[in-house]
Design a protein around this ligand. Structure first.
Ligand code: BES
Ligand code: MN
Ligand code: ZN
Length: 519
């Protein structure tokens, strides 16, 4: 699908469909009013008949409206004007896109981007519209034998979003570009997440990382440590998780050097457990299929790296993915086993299902040793406790540096990919005391998301570090929305876009224009 930006009168658009909003109760938006004027009151006449109240989710398709050049006008309900916030706006856009897709219009000019959304500007509205459009057209049918695409007679191909004045064109165009790149990253993360674990193995993630580098030659480079390398280095915590599986473990390292030599390095570390059976501490059968999503942290790192490279952000970013399969066998790690992590700390593995922190701790140590990053962020489907605490709307966020966690909270707010902070206080650390080793890999039943982060914090020496627990947000389970979400690619990319703007603030002519503002 192709997106573009335009400014112009709705009645003058020679297109298959013009999309405009109608508020509750039957109140025309400004753009709908313009069409009403040229059509001698046709829209208000239809609304008076009671065909469209203006509630969110309602639509009405009109053909051959007098005074306009478009084949159709699609009226979309926007709810009460005063109540049009972020969530409502995304719903309105999604509904419009789905309807267009189903009504046979192959192209359209959409004026919903001119609606007033509480406390947001044009750039934000364009960004969200393009991202929402991509998300609402997303499908994952690769593994169905019938080609469902052929059933679609005339899919939507080209969508033009309107801005109210020509002065806004440039800003809107860069917002559109950002949105497309973010959407590409989200799609990659969703596709990888949705693949089953018999296809998406650690070796498959390695292949995907390599493919990403081949597609971005000279910009992105990839290095992979295999089992022998990991053994040589002494990453025994990571290796302990892989022991029960025939699939060999890997540590994937992606490097993107587009900042100046002495600029900060940002490291993203993503949990890549391609299937989490729990190991010897085996999980219950119910919903165990969902544990194919336990590599969504890794998928988010790949998706974010893709967006960053495509946006050519002037930063130094490294993506690190420890990837394993957590299974059981006679060779598997057993509860009570003790290993020496890459950091030198010994770990008593009291529960083999707390495996994410084991692969992450070695990856964190490796990253800090190798890159001395200023900022390190790990992303992991780490704890069921996080799903209980925050549900599916917010990522759990913990960290050792307030400015960093604040930046991430703000990036989440702006991108609509929100996180919520939990405390990482010293007092929680004692939960991890072990009778036989330096640290245990589980705490008690209480505060599971916090004790998991406490465990990780012991492997951070001096960098600013934050941890995103995406156990509740990385995929959805309800039938109609089942599957990977691609989160937190929007949050992470937004965070890095903001860091890029800080760089640009110091140069007279920025090479790329970035659209977004955070107050
Ligand atoms: N991948 C799971 C966490 C998870 C569970 C994510 C359910 C999404 C839904 C993780 O490896 C895990 O099993 N964590 C354990 C930790 C416990 C043993 C301390 C959990 O949350 O039960
Ligand atoms: Mn587990
Ligand atoms: Zn897991």
């Amino acid at each position: 699908m192709k997106f573009s930006i335009k400014s112009g009168h709705p009645a003058k658009q020679r297109t298959a469909c013009v999309v405009v909003g109608v508020y509750e109760h039957r109140r025309l938006s400004d753009v709908a009013q313009e069409i009403d004027d040229v059509s001698k009151g046709h829209l208000s006449f239809i609304l008076r008949r009671g065909d469209l109240e203006g509630k969110i989710g309602q639509t009405l398709l009109l053909h051959n409206v007098r005074g306009t050049l478009a084949d159709r006008i699609l009226l979309v309900g926007c709810g009460h004007e005063r109540e049009l916030g972020e969530t409502q706006y995304r719903k309105v856009i999604a509904k419009a896109i789905r309807t267009l897709h189903e009504t046979g219009s192959m192209e359209a000019v959409c004026y919903l981007t001119e609606l007033n959304v509480r406390s947001h500007d044009t750039a934000w509205r364009i960004r969200q519209a393009v991202e929402t459009a991509h998300a609402s057209l997303y499908e994952f049918n690769e593994l169905k034998s019938k080609n469902t695409k052929e059933d679609m007679r005339r899919p939507l191909r080209k969508l033009v979003f309107s801005v109210a004045s020509r002065r806004e064109l440039r800003l809107a165009e860069s917002a559109c570009r950002e949105a497309e790149k973010i959407a590409e990253g989200v799609k990659l993360a969703k596709d990888l997440g949705n693949l089953p674990s018999n296809i998406c193995t650690p070796a498959y993630l390695v292949e995907q990382a390599k493919a990403l580098c081949i597609n971005h030659e000279n910009e992105l480079t990839c290095q992979v440590l295999d089992q022998a390398d990991l053994e040589k280095e002494g990453m025994n915590a990571l290796l302990a998780v892989a022991k029960g599986s025939k699939q060999p473990p890997h540590l994937i390292i992606l490097e993107y050097w587009n900042g100046k030599k002495n600029d900060a390095t940002f490291v993203l570390v993503g949990k890549g457990v391609t299937f989490d059976s729990g190991g010897i501490s085996i999980k219950p059968a119910k919903d165990m299929d969902q544990m194919k999503f336990d590599m969504c942290g890794a998928a988010a790192v790949l998706g974010t790296m893709l967006a960053v490279v495509e946006l050519e952000l002037p930063l130094n970013v490294v993506g690190i993915i420890p990837t394993v399969e957590n299974l059981l066998s006679s060779n598997a790690t057993k509860p009570g086993d003790i290993v020496t992590s890459f950091s030198g700390q010994t770990i008593e593995i009291l529960n083999t299902d707390a495996e994410g922190r084991l692969i992450l701790c070695d990856a964190l140590t490796y990253a800090e040793k190798q890159y001395k990053p200023e900022v390190m962020i790990d992303i992991a489907t780490l704890t069921g406790a996080c799903v209980v605490a925050l549900g599916k709307h917010a990522h759990g966020l913990l960290g050792n540096h307030h400015p960093l966690t604040n930046d991430l909270l703000n990036a989440g707010k702006y991108s609509g990919d929100r996180a919520w902070k939990l405390p990482l206080w010293e007092e929680y650390q004692e939960e991890l005391d072990s009778r036989f080793a330096d640290v245990a890999n589980i705490g008690g039943r209480e505060g599971g998301t916090i004790t998991a982060a406490c465990f990780l914090s012991r492997f951070i020496k001096k960098c600013h570090w934050a941890h995103l627990d995406i156990a509740g947000t990385a995929w959805l389970t309800a039938k109609k929305e089942k599957g990977a979400t691609g989160r937190p690619v929007p949050l992470l990319t937004q965070y890095l876009i903001e860091r890029s703007k800080e760089m640009y603030n110091n140069v007279a002519t920025p090479p790329v224009i970035l659209s977004t503002k955070i107050d």
